[in-house]
Design a protein around this ligand. Structure first.
Ligand code: BES
Ligand code: ZN
Length: 641
């Protein structure tokens, strides 16, 4: 082990120096425009005209290769009446190019009031704006300046902020606000270099009314005085997509020495009970994959309009309330967001093309955490369900979107969300694990997290690291060609690992017998089935079922009334696809009370396939729209037009 560490340390020096860019002054590791590398999936004929520049962030206007922001100091007042954040962002920067005179930032729908440097107003230009990239803010910086102070305000329609009225919260008394920056929405609430290859530390002062509490992806003091002025600091350099803020009538409950939960009072106890294993997850992950670098790990439970399951904002993951099932059945989401503290927040994707480095590693770690904390059976069931989700996407997506290192040029990252970076990434890592053995693979992961800690890296850099470590040590088991097939080709390579679960065999038998008509639903011995078995039972039904079959299932298992949001989702999808009307009141309630896109989008999509379905979709969407997050509106409005 000591020897391995030594090798890793020695390699670090060579790998880091072989990655172009100014390493002495930059915490990011990326190929820059000065040293473009060419993507492997592009044929040589394309290279001159159409090659992807590896490491180039096609989703930012910023110029970190000339001037790089290193620290942000925010001072914002939250105006719930106008739905705006107003204040200043002070950006400290370093000149990578000593002759650089312009600092280019990303913005989206921001009003810039003034920019000053060294106490004097300086000239700035706000570009015209692009449909999804926003507008470049170009600031003329005086030669001696090392920071600028921008006075600005956000728009009520900022894509990264959701403003909820008191009626849209659980407590009904106070308004609520939360941000969601990933992938490119930080620019809609802060003018900054909105690229994952720019890391900065930050401080913030947030001013609101004294009834409300503000929390951020930074140091949060659970015992802070509720006085309406809250100070934060994030001393570790993070990319902009991890800056996050929430303000509301929030309360705190401790779950362990380093873990706790923030939420509205009404769900605080239920949340703390549901996620009581967070501390054990943290301890298990540290033991296997190295120290947790972020001090505390708290959860913030958001209102149901939160558009994602979770978001790994450092020190404070943002979590949908839809996973509070009462039986811990959906807590792999917590394992996932926690795992990002290593893969994503400590080692970060350099561009959105490299998202699989964040999500694939995290999905792999999630399975491992679930196995450590809940055992083999749970792990196996989750792995099978994940593999099935992956297959559904492989069957549905065009070949170019099945590639892990995806070409996102000209595309809005929000439109390209799929299981590919998650489950294909995880399956690839599982194959590496199986080939070299778990112990060796864990050593590799430890070295990887250590080597690239607090750096942003590209897929190419990962591959060269792999070549110099695992591939070299296990050349009998691994080949570069196979690795490149996983990363740069569509589909799943032949002979990839096949997750299996004994707990699902009995479910297959029951489903088969019921479908064949040899047993009725009430003859299925499902008393001991867990949520995962129900999901597997439902997700593998044939596309068409008769009304009698649906009624039989519903009568015996009360699926329309399932309190588990994942089971309800699967059942409602089946109901739409088979026009099972007894489920439609629940369907309407579901669509109008949940804004998590993964749960509502497939339902809207299925409804949009028929004229009658579209009418129902439109009715639900029109009713729910005011309470949906901008991202959920954007993802679903096309289905109801
Ligand atoms: N970081 C992601 C959410 C994300 C990804 C937002 C890309 C914007 C762009 C988060 O960690 C995540 O993966 N959430 C999943 C959780 C699930 C896979 C357990 C979600 O929200 O469904
Ligand atoms: Zn994730």
């Amino acid at each position: 082990m000591i020897i391995k560490y030594f090798i890793v340390a020695a390699l670090t020096a060579t790998i880091l120096s072989s990655c172009s860019g100014d390493m002495s002054s930059n915490d990011t590791v990326s190929s820059t425009a000065a040293n473009p590398k060419v993507d492997k999936s592009v044929s040589s004929a394309d290279v001159t005209t159409n090659a992807i520049q590896v490491g180039k962030d096609y989703h930012s206007f910023a110029n970190p290769e000339s001037i790089k922001v290193t620290h942000l100091n925010l001072d914002l007042t939250v105006d719930f009446a106008k739905k705006v954040l107003v204040g200043t962002a002070e950006l400290d920067f370093q000149k990578v190019d000593p002759n650089a005179t312009q600092l280019i930032l990303d913005t989206r729908d921001l009003t810039i009031n003034s920019v000053t440097a060294m106490g004097k107003e300086v000239h700035f230009d706000l570009g015209n704006g692009d449909s999804f990239l926003g507008a470049a803010l170009t600031i003329e910086v005086p030669a001696a300046a090392d920071s600028v102070l921008i006075s600005y305000q956000t728009s009520p329609k900022a894509s990264g902020v959701q403003w909820l009225t008191p009626e849209q919260t659980a407590g009904k008394k106070h308004p609520f606000l939360f941000t969601q920056a990933q992938a490119i929405h930080a620019r809609s609430f802060i003018p900054l270099q909105d690229s994952p290859q720019v890391r900065m530390t930050y401080d913030a002062t947030i001013r609101t009314t004294k009834e409300l509490l503000a929390v951020m992806s930074a140091s949060n003091d659970p015992d802070t005085e509720r006085d309406g002025v809250y100070a934060f600091s994030m001393p570790q350099p993070i990319p902009s997509y991890l800056i996050a803020l929430a303000v509301g009538d929030l309360h705190f409950k401790s779950m362990g020495e380093r873990t706790g939960v923030y939420s509205e009072q009404g769900i605080l106890d239920a949340a703390a009970a549901e996620f009581a294993d967070t501390e054990s997850m943290l301890i298990a992950t540290e033991k296997a994959f190295g120290p947790y670098s972020w001090d505390r790990y708290d959860l913030l439970i958001l209102p149901p309009s939160f558009p994602f399951g979770g978001m790994e904002n450092p020190r404070l993951s943002f979590i949908t309330p839809t996973v509070i099932a009462g039986d811990k059945s959906l807590v792999s989401l917590i394992a996932h967001e926690l795992a990002h503290s290593w893969s994503g927040n400590t080692v970060t994707n350099a561009t959105w093309r490299d998202l699989w480095l964040n999500e694939g590693f995290t999905t792999y770690l999630t399975y491992r955490i679930m196995q450590m904390v809940y055992g083999d059976e749970r792990f196996e069931m989750e792995a099978v369900l994940g593999r099935q989700d992956l297959q559904a996407d492989i069957d549905a997506l065009p070949a170019k979107d099945q590639i892990m290192a995806i070409d996102l040029r000209g595309r809005d990252p929000d439109d390209v969300f799929s299981n590919i970076p998650y489950e294909k990434g995880a399956l690839f890592l599982r194959e590496l694990e199986h080939k070299v053995g778990r112990e060796n693979f864990d050593q590799f992961l430890l070295g990887y997290f250590e080597t690239f800690a607090f750096k942003s890296i590209t897929t190419d850099q990962f591959v060269s690291y792999l070549e110099q470590t695992l591939l070299k040590e296990h050349s009998d088991q691994l080949s570069k060609q196979r690795i490149e097939q996983w990363i740069y080709q569509p589909g799943i390579p032949e002979d990839a690992p096949v997750p299996e679960s004994d707990a699902f065999s009995i479910v297959d038998q029951a489903r088969d017998a019921w479908l064949a008509g040899s047993i009725q639903a009430d003859e299925i011995s499902s008393e001991k089935w867990v949520v995962h078995q129900w999901l597997y039972f439902l997700n593998n039904m044939p596309e068409k079922l008769s009304q009698e079959q649906l009624a039989d299932l519903d009568k015996v298992f009360a699926l329309t009334n399932s309190k588990n949001n994942e089971i309800a989702h699967s059942w409602l999808l089946i109901s739409v696809n088979n026009w099972y009307q007894p489920a439609f009141t629940r369907l309407h309630d579901y669509l109008t009370s949940i804004g998590r896109n993964k749960l509502v989008k497939p339902l809207y999509k299925a409804l949009s396939q028929t004229p009658e379905g579209k009418v129902m979709a439109k009715k639900a969407f029109d009713e729910a729209k005011a309470g949906y997050h901008p991202l959920t509106v954007k993802a679903n409005e096309g289905f109801v037009q």
